[in-house]
Design a binder for this molecule. Structure first.
Ligand code: ADP
Ligand code: MG
Length: 156
């Protein structure tokens, strides 16, 4: 199950995704490189997760994370993408994204319409916000992992 891998700490560069139009839907997702994706436990279930995220040495913010099958690689490789629940003024490609993954929301699904997809993601975001306010999840916001010296990249 997903839980036995959590909490999962991960850090890596934000790379260009494969343009599924997440930004056009109002839900941009910061993609990790293939190398970082390969470092994830191979048996971690695909689906939607919640946790905390930090771009560079910025604030620690709520996020929803998608671990999915990567259509760019004909679904033989995974993709890991974080939607940070925050409005950024600029893109942050090339920056270091640090995350801690804390909980599982749901499995990957296909939706009948764009509207259904968007409303499911909005529900995921609301669920993530609620979960992350619980003391057992809130405490990770202050984890030392988010205050490591720059350049130190450990995945644990
Ligand atoms: P791509 O296919 O390149 O991943 P997206 O449409 O998913 O394109 O947009 C992702 C990019 O948007 C991120 O790499 C980041 O630079 C930027 N971005 C802006 N706001 C956010 C946010 N709240 N969460 C994640 N990424 C964001
Ligand atoms: Mg993306």
């Amino acid at each position: 199950s997903a839980m036995r891998h959590l909490p999962y700490f991960c850090r890596g560069e934000v790379v260009k995704g494969f343009g599924r139009g997440s930004k056009e839907l109002g839900i941009p997702t910061a993609n990790f490189s293939e190398e970082v994706v390969e470092s994830f436990p191979s048996d971690i279930p695909t689906g939607i997760y919640y946790g905390w995220a930090c771009v560079g040495n910025g604030d620690v913010l709520k996020m929803v994370l998608s671990i999915g099958w990567n259509p760019f690689y004909k679904n033989i490789k995974k993709s890991v993408e974080a939607h940070i629940i925050h409005t950024f003024n600029d893109d942050f490609y090339g920056e270091i994204l640090s995350i801690v993954v804390l909980g599982y929301i749901r499995s990957e699904r296909n939706f009948g319409s764009l509207e259904a997809l968007i409303s499911a993601i909005q529900e995921d975001i609301e669920e993530a916000k609620r979960q992350l306010d619980l003391p057992e999840h809130l405490k990770f916001k202050e984890d030392n992992f988010f205050h490591l010296p720059e350049g130190k990249t450990v995945n644990r």
